[in-house]
Design a protein around this ligand. Structure first.
Ligand code: ADP
Length: 269
């Protein structure tokens, strides 16, 4: 089974204050996945896709401060904020789903707000039965960064990266691939430092020097949040790979098991 996360940074113009899709990337990435599926038995092997929220989620989640504690009197405003964030990421998912269906890929979108709850922003409930049932019938489930109910904070944002990490821990995966808009993890943010060096194999935070953690737009921790999730997987013996989806054919090759440029987050077992 393979789990593939498509970063919000490749499918949207992430730093836009208004939701904006990067159709060029979306179309190319969908075709790469379609080409891979020509020789892949979905029913017997399984594939799950998760996409980030990008500019469809972060600006609204920030505006309504989803995930921050609030007094009960603010509930009406928070609830509508929750609805707005969900509606926005759901619309984004609709566009992605359309593109997959046009390419004859049997996707089934599963909104995380319908099957996940968190406690202090960490997943505490996840209806995996439904996902397994869809996979066993040859569907390709698609999940995405979304808003969810939180036992402690009332509501929170759950990132695509956390969903990926939960699924990888709880279902059996042979490959965990994260596609983003940079070649992998660098010792410093490659978008800010020209001398940033790609780390091909990442064992621990000590491999990162002066790590500049996140993009300013990401409410769920950017690259730093991603690595934290992936180290949790590494502790359990699950390896993952961060690759650049801007580079044509990298997703297809990674899915096919061809060695590609990127960062391997090494298993610690
Ligand atoms: P996605 O939306 O694809 O999940 P994120 O925006 O969360 O991706 O994280 C990718 C971004 O992290 C890159 O665009 C890059 O600007 C930023 N970043 C910050 N520090 C680093 C680093 N040390 N190595 C790689 N990327 C980094």
């Amino acid at each position: 089974m393979i789990i593939l996360k498509l970063g919000g940074s490749i499918l949207t113009k992430k730093d836009s204050s208004k939701p904006k899709i990067n159709f060029k990337n979306l179309n190319r990435v969908t075709i790469e996945i379609k080409d891979f599926l020509n020789d892949y038995d979905l029913k017997n092997n399984g594939l799950i896709i998760i996409h980030g929220a990008g500019s469809f989620g972060h600006p609204y989640a920030k505006k309504y401060k989803i995930g921050e504690p609030f007094p009960d009197k603010e509930y009406p405003k928070k609830r509508i904020g929750f609805s707005i964030v969900h509606n926005s990421v759901n619309k984004f998912n609709g566009v992605i789903s359309n593109c997959f269906i046009e390419n004859n890929i049997p996707i089934v979108p599963i909104p995380p707000s319908s099957i996940i709850k968190t406690s202090h922003k960490r997943v505490s409930y996840f209806n995996l039965d439904l996902i397994e049932a869809y996979i066993s019938q040859g569907f390709l489930p698609i999940l995405y960064g979304d808003v969810v109910l939180d036992d402690k904070l009332k509501m929170a944002v759950v990132s695509g990266d956390q969903i990926l990490s939960y699924l990888a821990k709880n279902l059996k995966f042979e490959k965990v691939i994260l596609a983003t808009d940079v070649d992998g993890v660098f010792n410093r943010n490659p978008k800010l430092y020209n001398d940033a060096k790609l780390i091909k194999v990442l064992n621990s935070f000590e491999d990162l020097d002066g790590f500049d953690s996140t993009t300013s737009v990401d409410v769920t921790g950017g690259m730093f949040g991603k690595i934290q999730e992936l180290f949790e997987l590494a502790d359990l013996g699950i390896e993952s790979m961060i690759i650049n989806a801007q580079t044509p054919n990298l997703i297809k090759n990674a899915l096919e098991g061809v060695e590609v440029k990127g960062t391997l987050i090494k298993s610690k077992i």
